[in-house]
Design a protein around this ligand. Structure first.
Ligand SMILES: [Zn+2]
Length: 360
């Protein structure tokens, strides 16, 4: 039953609140009919009915005012990342330039999302975000495999589901915009119900998301080959562990009690690039991840590395080719590589400055 409701939400998005609105309308209809014959009962239940109707109206209004999700910052145009755009075009059968946006951020990760125009009725626009650290540390082969995985999410319509879920949650939250939980009883009841609904929708969605990750890997493996996908998974898992060790843990320590800003994460990555990319240390870190990770984390959107590798036919950690030349030199124009790092450094400094000031 829960899966059925979740499927409805993933399919209908914000419009999944309409059955609830219809139910409230039905209740109102029955209540109005019973007004003549059972006047006392109807009058006693009037306050409840009033709350239900108010909540339903707020829910219905909420559909219209879900904010747009399209990210317009940190965009990578074709002049900045010609080869990256080319790889996307090669791997995406539904590629059409006007409906695609490429972005960058400071994560050691890539992601894909979808946005539709106003009220969710216009055509889909797909945005892929590629982290600059991913391009600095990994090679072109691993980036290709990663993009194939992201495109598979879009092809399998996982991102449509995720987008619809996001819309549904926002539409529900809009109830509180019209019925303030601090001032109205309707708002208070709605807030409590909402918390319960969001709790289980979120749990179900995380479980589904882990299955989607495996499905996207299998789909991408059909195109790139399972060993190429397994290689990218091992390199990313190893990279995450090495970055934690060489960049983020020392950075946390340096930030504690700092009075001036320490070196930025990207500067640290550049300094330790050879160590981070060192093949033996990287694969040893991936092996340690497999040893230490739990079987399945119910709070994670991603399955454990062991399960992802088993999904591609690897019972144990496979031996993989070392990382070749960093992808950034091949996939971004030299000017873009320098400018983007400077921009991300400036953004990080701005945020970190507040933290240092607050701490000091
Ligand atoms: Zn994924």
């Amino acid at each position: 039953m829960k899966r059925l409701v979740l499927s409805c939400i993933l399919l209908l998005g914000r419009y999944a609140v309409l059955p609830v609105v219809a139910l409230a309308a039905g209740l109102l209809f029955i209540w109005l009919i019973s007004l003549d014959d059972y006047t006392r009962v109807a009058l006693i239940t009037a306050p409840i009915m009033f709350c239900v109707v108010a909540a339903a109206v707020a829910l219905a209004l909420g559909i219209l005012f879900v904010p747009a999700r399209r990210e317009r910052s940190n965009v990578l145009d074709e002049a900045m990342a010609p080869a990256l755009w080319r790889i996307w075009q090669e791997l995406d059968p539904a590629f059409a330039k006007p409906t695609r946006t490429l972005r960058f951020d400071a994560e050691f990760n890539a992601s894909i999302s979808e946005a539709r125009g106003y009220a969710g009725i216009f055509r889909q626009h797909v945005t892929m975000t590629v982290g600059l650290p991913l391009l600095m540390i990994l090679d072109e082969r691993a980036i290709r495999a990663t993009i194939a995985h992201e495109v598979a999410h879009a092809e399998l319509r996982h991102i449509t589901g995720a987008g619809n879920l996001f819309d549904f949650l926002r539409a529900c939250e809009n109830v509180l915009h019209y019925a303030n939980p601090d001032r109205t009883i309707t708002g208070r009841i709605a807030a409590r119900l909402l918390r319960a609904v969001l709790g289980w929708v979120n749990r179900e969605y995380l479980a589904l998301s882990r299955q989607n990750e495996l499905a996207a890997d299998r789909r991408a493996a059909a195109l790139m080959g399972p060993s190429e996908m397994a290689r990218s998974l091992v390199l990313i898992a190893g990279g995450v562990a090495r970055l934690r060790e060489l960049v983020f843990s020392p950075l946390e320590t340096d930030m504690l009690g700092a009075i001036s800003l320490p070196a930025t994460p990207l500067q640290r990555m550049s300094t330790h690039l050879v160590d981070i990319r060192d093949h033996d240390a990287l694969t040893a870190a991936a092996a340690k991840t497999i040893e230490e990770e739990s079987m399945e984390d119910p709070n994670s959107t991603h399955p454990p590395l062991r399960a992802s590798l088993a999904n591609l036919g690897c019972a144990t950690l496979p031996a993989v080719d070392p990382i070749e030349a960093p992808a950034i030199a091949r996939l971004l124009s030299p000017d873009a590589a320098r400018d983007l790092s400077a921009q991300l450094d400036a953004e990080w400094r701005k945020l970190a400055q507040t933290r240092v000031r607050l701490g000091g």
